[in-house]
Design a binder for this molecule. Structure first.
Ligand SMILES: Nc1ncnc2c1ncn2[C@@H]1O[C@H](COP(=O)(O)OP(=O)(O)O)[C@@H](O)[C@H]1O
Ligand SMILES: Nc1ccn([C@@H]2O[C@H](COP(=O)(O)OP(=O)(O)O)[C@@H](O)[C@H]2O)c(=O)n1
Ligand SMILES: [Mg+2]
Length: 216
């Protein structure tokens, strides 16, 4: 995907873009942890749910369709989701994207790979017990119309039936990095920091990069 072309003496060069998917059940803490990861490791955080809610707010026909689907806790058609995600990515000059709440089913995976020809560096999986997720969602207070017990239960069903098999697909490719997301926000982030500090482009935790010259 031509996210950005860099003009170098007229020759267009596609920038290497690093992508990490962040998956987990509703209420597992994806948004909360993504904000911290983005801040600490310099990623651009894109919440696919937020992108879809922005489309709803635009008042478009597509937005009305998305709203009906979200109210039911179901998944939006992948061609719609991926087109909106790609548009969002193309509008941002970044080479590191944290994609929150995606993919949620195999169709999402196929549509993304077909359209962008890209694969994730890895998939961060926030594994959280359902009763803990339910408790968190019921006190989320973001005014979301899908945070009611009836829709929450439907979303859990979608997670079990569609998203877990997607995680298994990435597991088979050795791409899943799983953390216990049932702990406190800080404890979960401690586990996540270890994972992001193992990246090949930052062999030592970023905090030590700055004083590397002092280690001579
Ligand atoms: N580890 C945690 N412990 C307790 N509450 C949490 C934790 N992580 C997130 N929360 C809270 O739970 C709710 C859902 O978190 P959020 O990040 O929106 O999850 P998701 O994006 O996976 O649905 C929010 O109100 C958030 O403040
Ligand atoms: N890949 C995606 C992501 C979200 N969605 C829709 O958007 C809703 C909210 O997604 P979200 O990631 O904001 O939800 P949380 O897991 O943060 O609670 C989902 O329940 C789906 O209805 C989707 O259809 N496909
Ligand atoms: Mg979220």
């Amino acid at each position: 995907m031509d996210l950005h072309k860099e003009g170098e003496r007229g020759s267009a060069k596609q920038k290497k873009v690093k992508i990490v998917f962040v998956i987990g059940g509703p209420g597992s803490g994806k948004g909360t942890q993504c904000k911290r990861i983005a801040q600490q490791f310099g990623y651009t955080h894109l919440s696919v749910g937020e992108i879809l809610r922005q489309e709803i707010s635009s008042g478009s026909e597509t937005g009305s369709m998305i709203q009906r689907i979200m109210k039911e806790g179901k998944l939006v058609p992948s061609d719609v989701t991926v087109r909106l995600l790609q548009q969002a990515m193309q509008g941002i000059n970044s080479d590191k994207f944290l994609i929150d709440g995606f993919p949620r089913n195999k169709e999402n995976v196929k549509a993304f790979e077909d359209l962008t020809k890209m694969e994730p560096e890895f998939v961060l999986y926030l594994d959280c017990p359902q009763d803990e997720m339910e408790k968190r969602l019921l006190s989320r207070n973001e005014g979301r119309e899908d945070d009611n017990i009836e829709t929450i239960r439907k979303r859990f069903k979608v997670f079990m039936e569609s998203t877990l098999p997607t995680i298994e697909y990435y597991e088979s490719k050795g791409k899943v990095r799983k953390v216990d997301a049932g702990k406190s926000i800080d404890e979960v982030f401690e586990s996540i920091k270890v994972i992001f500090s193992q990246g090949k482009d930052n062999k030592v935790p970023p905090s030590r990069h700055k004083c590397k010259c002092l280690i001579l």
